[in-house]
Design a protein. Structure first.
Length: 705
């Protein structure tokens, strides 16, 4: 039998080797000691620790359990036994081991620290917090306890306190990379974006290739609006750790911010191929797909979100948004309703619900939804605007104009707001003898509709400068009340006040019966008029009809394509009109895709198309001047025909624009306009049939005169 002194020597020698990383040699010496003394506590305990370090957890537990049999009250062995149990996901048993160790040694910071880890793994965060606090109280310089306490505080959304703990860690160990990174995360949660970015940069100075810090740095840059730099940081994170799901998601967010939506979709899809349960990736992929005009595909991802997180109100709300864009409004309302059951005080969902109700012409319910949204968020500009459009649709113009002034606070219009030093005029100030700038703000149609107000402004004694898009400049110079017409981008003369065109109805307190609706308020420049009259020639035996079947999709504008599809028809859908005899048809249609429909049609020879010769709206007006009738969908050309006093038949969608009001076939804005409305959403067939019958009768009356 080997003498006891030799066993102790082997254990000490093994421990030295163990501490220097020579694990196999140390293991051999521990084993030799145990051959001589099978119940040796130190050899059993230390060999258990060594096997745990080698990843042999089951063997490690066996050795430490044997050590505890040899010395049942050992706090060290109980602690290490708990550490190994915790590492093998046996957290409850680990906690019991730590509790036993504390009975032996109640004021042990290490035991309290490890007990905190087990409690954290069991999801008992508040108890874990207390355990870490106890460790820190006993050992204020316990870096790991401070760090883990910070993590728990962050998990409990107590970010200021978490930040304080990370600061303490860094005061003790300035190059503690995880603490530097987590400090940045706490600052991000506190929306201190520049400070967070600085924290991540410091972390990267310690570890330049740390994928987590690179990814988080990308998130901070994205929050600061520095999307290109954010993308570069995410790419670096993915180079350091290919397939890193968080970085794939953040890269998608950066690409979306850069409006590179197809690439964003690819990044989100790559993330989901690694982790198909990543709800945020599903959500943001859906958003990117909707930006690409693919709400049907977005819906499938929102369905998956709802399946994974049925109690997530945002999932139901976004699902409703996709259904809304698919014009499945009743289904959208069901999704919004589920979202509001889960989160009744979500203003955005109330607003979205209002939009779906408005599309169904349920204006009273829509207004109630907008009102609820505004109770919750009085500054929600989009809800104010939608409320205003609802009132305008109902003919309650005064309330509508006031709410519509919120348009300048919406994401779409805020960048276009003019920042003049001269005051905004909304009707209160005396402008006699003053110069006022009236400026266009939205589409050509809005400018054509509201330029009529120049006469009212001039009647107040003001000198009027009118600023319009270049294609409208020559035509607008026929307005008698505008002293000067300038194109957007040209130098502006001096002026005293300014007013956007769509604010003029508010300035003049316009109601239905006070709309300035002269039959004609625009004329055609004489040179253009003479040139186009000569082109038509003198013979005029057939009814001359101008046609517009599609609007401008404005593909660069979010949602514009979707809106345009509702107001537009295809050329083939109006083909039956072209076949009516004793008519001459003239295209007033612009837009490459829509014009192509005419040029490939078998009826193309029945429609004269001179639109390639249009230099601006003055040319369009001159052609219209020589027509007898214009048949158009809701476009700027329709407004032009109305402003010229030309008979206008407007093909109007079911969910009508506010300006055409409800339940009327005429318009207080244009005395020569006749509306042909859809009876149900998407039903153009019935509209075209009614126009066909009316045109057929109109031709017969025309020929008899």
């Amino acid at each position: 039998m080997v003498p006891q002194a030799d066993v102790a020597f082997d254990v000490r020698a093994a421990l030295t080797l163990h501490q220097h990383g020579n694990l196999e040699e140390a293991a051999q010496l521990y084993a030799r000691a145990l051959t001589s003394d099978p119940g040796n506590f130190e050899a059993l305990h230390l060999l258990g620790i060594l096997r745990h370090q080698q990843g042999a957890s089951a063997e490690a537990l066996r050795f430490v359990a044997a050590a505890l049999q040899a010395r049942p009250g050992s706090a060290d062995a109980l602690t290490n036994y708990g550490v190994i149990l915790d590492a093998t996901n046996r957290h409850q048993e680990a906690l019991q081991a730590f509790e036993q160790a504390l009975e032996v040694r109640p004021a042990d910071a290490t035991v309290l620290y490890n007990r905190g880890l087990a409690l954290r793994n069991l999801g008992r965060l508040n108890e874990a917090l207390e355990s870490y606090a106890g460790a820190v109280a006993l050992a204020p310089g316990h870096v790991d306890a401070l760090y883990q306490r910070g993590n728990i505080l962050a998990a409990l959304s107590r970010y200021e306190e978490a930040l304080a703990d990370y600061e303490k860690v860094l005061a003790l160990r300035p190059k503690h990379g995880p603490a530097l990174n987590r400090r940045g995360n706490a600052l991000m949660a506190l929306q201190r974006w520049p400070d967070a970015l600085a924290a991540y940069d410091t972390a990267l100075a310690v570890d330049p290739a740390n994928a987590e810090s690179l990814n988080n740095r990308g998130a901070a840059l994205l929050a600061l609006g520095r999307s290109e730099e954010a993308l570069e940081s995410c790419e670096r994170a993915l180079s350091a750790r290919p397939g890193y799901v968080d970085a794939l998601c953040n890269r998608g967010d950066a690409l979306s911010a850069l409006k590179r939506f197809a690439e964003a979709c690819a990044s989100y899809e790559a993330a989901l191929s690694c982790d198909g349960h990543r709800v945020q990736a599903l959500n943001n992929l859906g958003l990117a797909l909707r930006e690409l005009g693919r709400p049907d595909e977005a819906l499938t991802h929102y369905d998956k979100m709802v399946e994974l997180e049925p109690n997530l109100s945002g999932a139901h709300c976004n699902r409703g948004n996709a259904l809304y864009e698919l014009k499945r409004y009743d289904e959208a309302l069901l999704s919004y309703g589920r979202a509001l059951v889960l989160q009744p005080k979500d203003a955005t969902t109330h607003y979205n619900q209002g939009n779906a109700l408005r599309e169904l012409l349920r204006f009273d319910a829509a207004i109630a939804s907008y009102d609820e949204a505004l109770k919750l968020r009085p500054d929600l500009a989009s809800a104010h605007c939608a409320l205003g459009l609802s009132y305008l649709s109902l003919g309650e113009l005064s309330r509508g104009w006031h709410e519509n002034e919120w348009r300048w606070e919406t994401a779409e219009m805020k960048p276009a707001r003019r920042k003049f030093v001269q005051p905004l005029w909304l009707g209160a100030e005396d402008i006699a003898g003053k110069t006022i700038l009236l400026h266009a703000e939205q589409g050509f149609g809005d400018t054509l509709q509201f330029c009529r107000y120049t006469a009212l402004v001039a009647a107040r004694g003001a000198n009027v400068i009118l600023e319009v898009p270049m294609p409208l400049r020559e035509l607008m110079r026929t307005l008698p009340a505008a002293a000067q017409v300038v194109a957007e981008g040209e130098p502006l003369p001096a002026f005293d006040f300014h007013c956007p065109l769509l604010s003029l109805p508010l300035a003049f307190k316009t109601e239905i019966d006070t709309i300035p609706a002269t039959e004609r308020y625009l004329t055609v420049p004489e040179a253009k008029s003479n040139a186009w009259r000569h082109r038509f020639g003198e013979q005029h035996q057939k009814l001359r009809v101008g046609l517009v079947w599609a609007g401008n999709p404005r593909k660069e504008v979010r949602g514009a394509n979707w809106g345009d599809r509702q107001r537009s028809v295809s050329f083939d859908q109006i083909a039956s009109l072209i076949q009516i005899q004793h008519c001459e048809f003239y295209s007033l249609q612009k837009g490459q895709d829509a014009v192509a429909q005419l040029r490939v049609s078998t009826l193309r020879d029945r429609v004269t198309d001179w639109t390639d010769d249009f230099a601006d709206f003055a040319d369009t007006a001159a052609l219209i001047e020589n027509l007898d009738l214009v048949i158009a969908v809701d476009t700027s050309v329709a407004h032009l025909a109305g402003a010229l006093g030309k008979p206008l038949w407007l093909l109007n969608r079911y969910n009508t624009c506010w300006r055409w009001l409800l339940d009327r076939d005429d318009s207080p804005w244009y005395p020569t306009l006749r509306l042909f409305r859809q009876d149900t959403a998407g039903d153009w067939e019935n509209v075209i049939a009614r126009v066909h019958a009316t045109l057929d009768e109109h031709v017969r009356n025309y020929r008899s005169t």
